[in-house]
Design a protein around this ligand. Structure first.
Ligand SMILES: C[S@@+](CC[C@H](N)C(=O)[O-])C[C@H]1O[C@@H](n2cnc3c(N)ncnc32)[C@H](O)[C@@H]1O
Length: 280
């Protein structure tokens, strides 16, 4: 049995420039689902919104599109490298009303309550997501919105494409060893309730890719970006050797194998949950 990386949850993929590029790529794939969840939740023009675990800034920039020039967006992340990238991008986009702050909002204080608090793939890194939601709710005005998105399980291929399946398995194992909650998606609903919030509205999304899709090579490269980021942890914990994975040729082999098997791939299930804080 490999040892846990550490007791508390960390972000196993790190914040290298490659990982920040990967997050931005992932954000493009998820943009329609995330946008739809926030729109349905009621994030709208003029709001003051906090994005928890802002990473490279993609969710904050999407929220900026919804709140417009009269709104305000604050992204918070505990990783200085991510904040630096997000700030550079905000400047390049000319978004003077999007700012990024260092820290964990569950432990921070803010001058004014927010109209909405949002987050994507961040509750999974909290050791106690229910307590985190309770803390976030304190930063939201009465009637304000809490909207989060997380995923469930790994993607899968049918008929099995072993290199894809191996990648999902390794990513899952490393996440678990880092202390992250892999199945945070289905835990959203009970977590909102346990945090004293109203039962949230739910939405789901699953991506699917056929083996003749022209995007196969591109998606294989994207998936291997994640695998590359966790290589040190894979090797450290004896889950596979560098020789066995041969990362430089992995994406090409994976795409070729997938095409040769003629099947399809489904993504993890993405789950969105949102609710409005009850009036005090
Ligand atoms: C998977 S990335 C998601 C980034 C972004 N939300 C997106 O969807 O593109 C998770 C981010 O959450 C940050 N994070 C994890 N736990 C955090 C905490 N307790 N406080 C602040 N940031 C946190 C990590 O540093 C990382 O940048």
């Amino acid at each position: 049995m490999p040892e846990p990386i550490q007791q508390s949850s960390q972000y196993a993929l790190g914040h290298s420039p490659q990982e920040l590029d990967r997050l931005a790529f992932q954000a493009k794939i998820l943009e329609p689902f995330t946008r739809s969840c926030f729109e349905q939740a009621g994030v709208t023009a003029g709001m003051n919104v906090l994005d928890v675990g802002s990473g490279a800034g993609d969710v904050a920039f999407l929220v900026r599109e919804l709140v417009g020039a009269d709104g305000q967006v604050t992204g918070a992340d505990r990783a200085p490298e991510a904040l630096e990238r997000a700030r550079q991008r905000a400047e390049a986009l000319g978004y003077s009303n999007v700012t990024f702050v260092h820290g964990d909002p569950a432990q921070m204080t803010f001058d004014e309550p927010f109209d909405a608090i949002v987050g994507r793939f961040v509750l999974m890194y909290y050791r106690d997501p229910v307590e985190a939601l309770r803390c976030f709710a304190r930063h939201v005005r009465s009637g304000g919105i809490l909207a989060f998105q997380e995923s469930d399980n790994a993607g899968r291929s049918y008929p099995p494409a072993p290199l894809f399946d191996r990648t999902f398995e390794l990513m899952g194992k490393v996440q678990e060893l880092s202390g992250a909650v892999r199945c945070m998606g289905p835990m959203l609903y009970p977590s909102f309730i346990a945090a004293g919030l109203p039962a949230p509205t739910l939405a789901t999304h699953v991506g699917a890719l056929g083996s003749q899709d022209p995007a196969v090579d591109h998606i294989a490269e994207f998936i291997v970006m994640g695998l590359r980021g966790i290589m040190p942890a894979i090797i450290k914990h004896g889950l596979a050797t560098a020789q066995e994975l041969d990362i430089e040729t992995y994406a090409k082999r994976m795409a070729e194998e997938f095409r040769a098997r003629g099947g399809m791939l489904t993504s993890p299930v993405f789950i969105g949950a949102w609710a409005r804080k009850a009036a005090a």
